[in-house]
Design a protein around this ligand. Sequence first.
Ligand code: IMP
Length: 177
Amino acid sequence: MNNSPSELKMLIDRKQIAATVKKLAEEIRRDYDGLNPLAVGILKGSFVFLADLVRAIEIPMQVDFVKLSSYGSGTRSAGRITVLLDLNCSLEGRHVLVVEDIVDTGLTTSFLCNYLKQKSPASVRLCSLTSKPSRRVVDIKIDYLGLEVPDKFLVGYGLDCAEKYRNLPDICEFQEE
Ligand code: IMP
């Protein structure tokens, strides 16, 4: 791929990502076996992680997506969140697993978990591939966490910078010039 090497620094390579996804899938499979959970991916960033995760979980489940606003084209959260694309199925009595690529301030996942809890699900839990704990502004419990990462802007494996780099197979640090 034609990326400028000065812009990207490898942080989590594809082997480490695969091992992390496997570990998370095993935990989720153990906890949700027989519960027919609904995985809810947050678009767009979670699409690569969610695709790998649900295939590794290997139990009957359903998948849906929501799209939320909060980030513009830059590298910092605007802090305002609205639902741009909602679920079109009932959550009543369902075990919902929110799947996110990265928890940064926690505002997005906190908003979504509270929003989904109003729809009478049996449970709502959160799975995130990565977390930047030093950036948190709200308390949010990540039930299934892959890796803690430093306060750097990351791209790849679904994560973008102004829509670029989502298709990188590794997670890299984006170094602003
Ligand atoms: P939060 O609401 O601040 O926790 O941000 C969560 C959302 O911000 C994620 O869904 C990502 O889309 C985006 N985000 C946060 N940190 C990064 C990053 O380092 N790279 C790319 N997107 C990020």
